[in-house]
Design a protein around this ligand. Structure first.
Ligand SMILES: [Zn+2]
Length: 253
């Protein structure tokens, strides 16, 4: 990122977002992937000490953190400056081993989208016992993230039976309920994939990686999210937390 873009990103967007944040309509979602002890990398790996500092900040500011299970009505999905969804993509092992006790001690609930093929099989990922424990203790909500984690921008190339039917059947068998939340692998999607999933599948919310470009389609919520990068400043983190990065929708609507 060159210096001009960096200034716009670090200061311009947060300032515009701050001025326009009353246009936020849906609860703000921030998301991570793996939490690591080494220095971390971009959106994929977040350093534990940095993550801890961010979570302590959220707890100290009195945010209410919600699980997917808490989003029962459209009222629950509305924007509230003191409510936040913390989410993790894929189901990395560290989402239990490294952060579960920390999150419990801070009283922060969170959510994980599971790439089902890896769960209980790949040692870098969670086991179903860990998933059930976190869910049963009321701290962590779970959502779908396909079976093999393919790029879904061209839905015609997707094996729907495997990525949705099979993945959700395993999810339900292991957890006892159908996932109501689906997150695109890689965050990639198209108008066609949104149309297919929102009209044919039973998920209530479909999450992209597009910063808070959220709207309803076929009665489902197409939900933008704020990725938290290991390499961004604490100021940018705070601005994302407040929904100040949701300027895309703010400007065009
Ligand atoms: Zn993923």
């Amino acid at each position: 990122m060159n210096i001009v873009k960096r200034i716009i990103y670090n200061y311009g967007i947060p300032i515009i977002g701050c001025l326009c944040h009353n246009r936020n309509r849906y609860v703000n979602v921030i998301y991570y992937h793996d939490i690591v002890d080494d220095k971390g990398y971009s959106f994929m790996q977040t350093n534990f000490e940095l993550f801890k500092k961010q979570m302590e900040y959220i707890a100290s500011k009195g945010y209410e953190t919600v699980r997917f299970d808490d989003l029962k009505t459209e009222v629950d999905e509305r924007y509230d400056s003191k409510r936040i969804i913390i989410a993790f993509d894929d189901g990395w092992k560290s989402n239990y081993t490294r952060i579960y006790e920390l999150m419990k001690s801070l009283g922060l609930k969170y959510n994980i989208y599971l790439a089902v093929k890896e769960i209980g099989v790949n040692p870098d990922y969670l086991t179903w016992d860990e998933v059930r424990k976190m869910h049963n203790e009321g701290m962590v909500g779970f959502g779908a993230h396909s079976y093999t984690h393919p790029d879904m921008s061209d839905i015609s190339k997707i094996d729907l039976e495997v990525e949705f039917t099979k993945a959700d059947a395993i999810f339900e068998e292991q957890l006892g309920y159908k996932p109501m939340d689906f997150c695109y692998p890689f965050g990639t999607y198209s108008e066609e994939s949104n149309e297919y999933i929102s009209s044919h599948l039973s998920y209530k919310r479909i999450y992209t990686s597009r910063m808070m470009y959220s709207y309803r389609q076929n009665g489902k919520l197409i939900f933008g999210r704020n990725g938290i990068s290991n390499d961004e400043s604490f100021g940018v983190f705070k601005a994302k937390l407040k929904g100040y990065f949701n300027v895309w929708r703010t400007i065009i609507r």
